[in-house]
Design a protein around this ligand. Structure first.
Ligand SMILES: Nc1ncnc2c1ncn2[C@@H]1O[C@H](COP(=O)(O)OP(=O)(O)OP(=O)(O)O)[C@@H](O)[C@H]1O
Ligand SMILES: [Mg+2]
Length: 162
């Protein structure tokens, strides 16, 4: 597993945390595909449209089913969603605690102008106002530790260049 971008312990829940366009899915693609949970993918499977927010509840149900299925087997998961709402992170931490698994956070503390540039040039552009508002809700690494993540990584702009 030396090719992995981070050392993840067995059975770990790894939450990627960052604004739309900050590079989470690009980073997640370096992990085996079966480890990755992604709401966009499940929204697309349910509706043929990854951005269809009416499918978020069913996508969240699928994500939770897979999360429990894998954690119960001590398999790793990388949760590739924005995870910017504290209550969403609390839900992931609760599943990790239930299964007694380690919780790891990866914070994409990429500067707003970099995120806006990346967002503007990609296939699926998110409203820049939404990106700006969400970027302002980025937690700090200290906050994430206080919430209960045992290990917290920060992926700055420089570290993202691979
Ligand atoms: N390290 C990087 N350097 C330059 N460009 C990058 C880097 N990482 C990602 N990008 C580009 O930025 C854009 C957004 O990346 P990505 O789709 O991974 O973001 P995301 O955080 O998954 O967004 P969302 O939350 O909307 O799914 C893509 O066009 C991608 O190619
Ligand atoms: Mg993504």
């Amino acid at each position: 597993m030396s090719h992995l971008p981070l050392p993840l312990p067995e059975g770990a829940v790894c939450a990627l945390i960052g604004a739309p366009g900050s590079g989470k899915s690009t980073f997640a693609a370096r992990f085996p595909s079966t480890w990755r949970l992604n709401l966009d993918t499940y929204r697309a499977l349910a509706t043929d449209d990854e951005a269809d927010q009416t499918a978020t509840p069913v996508a969240a149900q699928i994500q939770n089913l897979l999360l429990d299925a894998r954690l119960s087997r001590n398999l790793r998961v990388v949760v590739d969603s924005t995870n910017l709402h504290a209550h969403v992170r609390a839900g992931l931490l609760a599943r990790a605690r239930y299964w007694q698994r380690p919780a790891v956070a990866v914070l994409f503390d990429v500067p707003l102008d970099t995120v806006l540039t990346r967002n503007s040039t990609r296939r699926r552009v998110v409203d820049p106002h939404v990106v700006t508002d969400l970027h302002q809700t980025l937690p700090t690494t200290e906050q994430l530790r206080d919430e209960g993540f045992e290990t917290v990584y920060a992926i700055s702009e420089a570290a993202l260049d691979f």
